[in-house]
Write a protein that binds this ligand. Structure first.
Ligand code: DP6
Length: 338
């Protein structure tokens, strides 16, 4: 084993993943498609700790709570099973976005962890198998393994992975209206939706239709169709989520105002379309030459950042290792290095 560091970027879905066919394998009920960003990265270092009795997680310089540590430990059990080893590890992860606020930090987090852990445990995985592995941490993480626009195939354990598809160049404007951790996790909300919404089966079947149309629109370079599907599918997802019992609402009045402002910009000649994940922040896709002007118009709603298609998850060198949280953790971490 060896100490490894990897970096991955979040992705924002243009055709959303909302609902599982298999909870344990994290197989989606329908395929989805996303844009991996070139900002808001997660960098993760995995340090072998062969003498430790449990995994340790340091998140943004602080020891993570039991819930977060259990979730990565369950994921690492899967890596250990693949490697045929039992070693515990110290994971140091640094996010440039707040965790759990709906900007998909779990996607970048598990994509970076999968990439670093696979290398730390000497697993020789191709891109497809690395995407399948990341999927076991968080479904959307499998789409942060490939570059740029990626489609995640529904299917079985072997066939459910993400890969890059051809698409026109575009920019995304991220409008951060709230950085707080969300009250209900995507995982919980997804479960509740499948269990209680009368619209769930229609959502799953219409998502497959939209995905097919979206992949065709991407291949044809048809930005207008890409945008129409993006905005319509996002609103369908939020309608679906609001139809759960008890209802869940992720969008707030500012989110709705941004959707309206983008619709107004469209009427005034800037073609752009909105989407939002499980939180109030809004992501707007736009053609590259219109991005700065629209970002300026949206800057009154919150922090605005223009981002573009980013790279897939990749290993970094020892120079980029995430530093230990403090001196005490340094002693434990460094001392146990393989
Ligand atoms: C709204 O991938 O976080 O961002 O697989 O349970 O970890 P788990 O869920 P997660 O859900 C993401 C939901 C979404 C839509 C999307 O990214 O497609």
């Amino acid at each position: 084993m060896r100490t490894t560091t990897a970096r991955a970027y979040p992705n924002i879905a243009l055709v959303k993943y909302w609902g599982k066919a298999d909870e344990e394998l994290i197989l989606p009920a329908a395929g989805s498609l996303s844009l991996t960003l070139d900002h808001f990265e997660t960098t993760t270092t995995v340090v072998p700790a062969p003498d430790a009795s449990s995994d340790v997680l340091e998140l943004d310089g602080t020891l993570a709570d039991a819930g977060q540590t259990d979730r990565i430990s369950t994921f690492l059990d899967h890596v250990r099973a693949l490697a045929g080893r039992d070693d515990r590890v110290l994971v140091r992860s640094r996010n440039s976005v707040p965790t759990g606020a709906g900007l998909a930090s779990s996607a970048s987090g598990f994509a970076a962890l999968a990439t670093a852990a696979a290398a730390a445990f000497d697993l020789d995985l191709n891109a497809r198998d690395l995407s399948r592995l990341a999927r076991r941490g968080s479904g959307s993480a499998c789409r942060s393994i490939p570059d740029g626009i990626a489609v995640w195939h529904a299917g079985d354990d072997a066939s459910s992975f993400a890969e890059t598809v051809p698409a026109p160049d575009m920019r995304m404007i991220i409008v951060t209206v709230n950085r707080a951790r969300k009250a209900v996790s995507s995982r919980e909300a997804m479960r509740l939706t499948a269990a209680t919404s009368p619209f769930y089966s229609g959502w799953v079947s219409s998502t497959e239709d939209y995905l097919e149309q979206m992949v065709a629109a991407c291949a044809a370079g048809d930005f207008t169709r890409i945008g129409e599907i993006t905005e319509s599918h996002a609103l369908r997802m939020h309608g679906l989520i609001q139809s759960t019992v008890p209802p869940i609402r992720f969008l707030n009045p500012t989110s709705h105002a941004i959707f309206d402002a983008v619709a107004e910009a469209r009427e005034n000649g800037i073609e752009a379309y909105s989407t939002a994940d499980a939180g109030p922040n809004v992501a707007v896709i736009v053609r590259p030459h219109d991005a700065e002007a629209l970002a300026e118009k949206l800057s009154g709603f919150g922090d605005v950042r223009v981002v573009g298609p980013g790279p897939g998850a990749h290993l970094l060198t020892a120079d980029d290792e995430v530093p230990p949280a403090d001196a005490a953790t340094t002693a434990a971490g460094e001392g146990s290095r393989a």
